[in-house]
Design a protein. Structure first.
Length: 107
């Protein structure tokens, strides 16, 4: 058996698990879930619009958005002097699929 192929597969599974864990950790905060819900209801928003909706400090919303962008759940786009954010629906769907696969393999 080719040991490097086995090592690559093991490493890939560990990397996939780590990436999923990072995304789930980002989702583990109620404010970030609310931010995603707000962004999902709109095509894209600037930070100020999220601040108005959630009644959180601008710096708090910015930090939460930074975390969501870092794990790929939210897309960032510069729009002049403003920054616009949108849900990365493909990444959310990937999380759903990964969880379904995980659950199926465990049950």
């Amino acid at each position: 058996m080719n040991m490097s192929l086995l090592d690559d597969t093991t490493h890939s599974a560990a990397a996939d698990a780590a990436a999923l864990a990072a995304k789930l950790a980002a989702l583990a905060h109620p404010a970030r879930i609310e931010i995603l819900r707000h962004l999902a209801a709109h095509r894209s928003c600037c930070c100020g619009q999220v601040v108005e909706r959630l009644d959180l400090a601008q710096s708090t919303v910015s930090q939460h958005l930074k975390i969501l962008v870092a794990v790929g759940l939210v897309r960032f786009e510069a729009d002049g002097q403003r920054s616009r954010y949108a849900v990365n629906r493909e990444q959310l769907a990937a999380i759903s699929g990964a969880l379904a696969t995980f659950t199926k393999s465990c049950c």
